[in-house]
Design a protein around this ligand. Structure first.
Ligand code: 7TS
Length: 405
């Protein structure tokens, strides 16, 4: 049985108060809170193991290297990748996508080529591709969505042609909660020989991902959104693609031999990991992935779906409530507006009640343009949220709404 109260005991921050009120943390889409085991792993490694990885013959360096490489294996298992050569450590989703946009762009994109993103992407899956387009004279194409917030696969199929080089799409929208049909998108793109990057920043915390089953070519996620530390993330890439891409950054670790005449590059995955990695964070990320896996991603999904369904129903009781995103295929993210109340006013007043939500454009300005709004209020759930917290949120929204009557 899913014992949410027991799970909450693993997260010390959840017992704190803000403005004298119990914290109701509903900003998990931005970042998640950390369980004991993650923070303990960091403290323990700094106190007892700390040494630079991959370069020492001494005991501590070998220990730290073992932990770092074991973490790569944990990530491989979490994503069900074929090999640890396919798991690159980065600083997060943003760096993963910048790495890919640079390296892929250098190898495969030239003037007049086309890149495809969706209308509901986070800025970090738009801007690196726009920068690539500027560098190379390529063209960015956009998969449109319906008013409900579902990607239009018919329009997507029409976008694909012999100039298309890559398709980049978020697994779950950080604003609408839409779970995109990425398997269909990948199948259609592969029909044209086009590789696909999936932005998994908002899917990895909520349900299990199998990159082999998806058959995506690249997959990015951030540690801090899946109960791990900040400063670490992952880019998965199929080995046959990564082998053909040039390095992103130069420096230590990514080389085989350096001379002033010619430098040769290291093997996968090190070719893409210049400099000292955040080995404390990779180890703690592995602890976070072990933690969610021990609860079970399927159980987390079921719990959060229950919460989302409950929240959607309860929030609709509020007069003037407008909820964005589809009815079905809706993950644990709810964006809303009430009447004419500005999102910032709603967020600020909810905060005074101890309720942490996010407001604004959520780094998805093109999506805001499509919806014809400036921003929304967003409640996003994690594995430790409860129905009682949803009730507190709804009561809070009602209280704010009354102030504006
Ligand atoms: N992609 C998606 C879909 C995201 O939601 C985010 C962060 C990113 C990429 C970037 O991740 P980072 O860890 O590299 O910053 N999204 C949000 C959010 O919705 N609120 O704060 C950050």
């Amino acid at each position: 049985m899913y014992d949410v109260n027991k799970i909450r005991e693993d997260f010390p921050i959840l017992t704190r108060k803000v403005y004298g009120k119990p914290l109701v943390y509903l900003d998990n889409g931005a970042t998640t809170q950390k369980p004991h085991c993650v923070v303990d792993a960091m403290v323990d490694e700094y106190y007892n193991v700390n040494a630079n990885v991959h370069r020492g013959v001494h005991f501590l360096s070998q220990k730290a290297t073992d932990l770092h490489e074991a973490s790569r294996e944990t990530v491989r298992r979490f994503l069900n990748a074929r090999s640890t050569n396919e798991i690159l450590f980065t600083r997060g989703t943003t760096e993963s996508i910048n790495l890919l946009a640079f390296s892929f762009g250098e190898a495969f994109v030239k003037e007049g080529d086309e890149l495809v993103v969706s209308e509901m992407e986070h800025h970090s899956d738009i801007v690196p591709w726009q920068m690539l387009c500027e560098r190379k004279g390529a063209v960015l194409r956009v998969i449109p969505m319906t008013d409900e917030g579902l990607l239009r696969l018919d329009a997507f199929a029409d976008l694909l042609n012999e100039r298309t080089r890559i398709v980049c799409c978020t697994h779950v929208s950080n604003v609408l909660g839409t779970v995109n049909p990425v398997k269909d998108i990948i199948r259609l793109a592969h029909g044209h020989g086009v590789p696909v990057l999936i932005d998994g920043a908002q899917s990895t915390p909520h349900f299990s991902v199998d990159v082999q089953d998806l058959d995506c070519d690249f997959f990015a996620f951030s540690g801090h959104k899946v109960y791990g530390p900040t400063g670490v993330g992952v880019l998965y890439g199929k080995e046959e693609w990564l082998d053909r891409l040039p390095p992103y950054q130069g420096g230590g670790e990514m080389i085989k031999n350096v001379s002033f005449k010619k430098t040769t590059y290291n093997e996968l995955p090190y070719k893409f990991e210049a400099g000292t990695p955040d080995y404390i964070a990779t180890h703690a990320l592995a602890k976070a992935l072990d933690y969610v896996s021990s609860i079970g991603m399927a159980n987390i999904y079921e719990h959060e779906q229950d919460l989302t369904r409950y929240a959607l129903a309860r929030m609709r009781e509020v007069e003037g409530m407008r909820i964005f995103g589809p009815e079905e295929q809706h993950d644990a993210v709810i964006s809303f507006l009430v009447g004419n109340i500005h999102h910032l006013d709603m967020g600020t007043l909810l905060d005074r009640l101890g309720i942490a939500v996010r407001t604004g454009h959520h780094c998805a300005e093109p999506l805001m343009h499509r919806l014809g709004i400036e921003g929304t209020v967003r409640a996003s759930f994690g594995l430790y949220n409860t129905r009682e917290e949803v009730d507190i949120l709804v009561a809070g929204i009602q209280r704010v709404a009354q102030m504006f009557l």
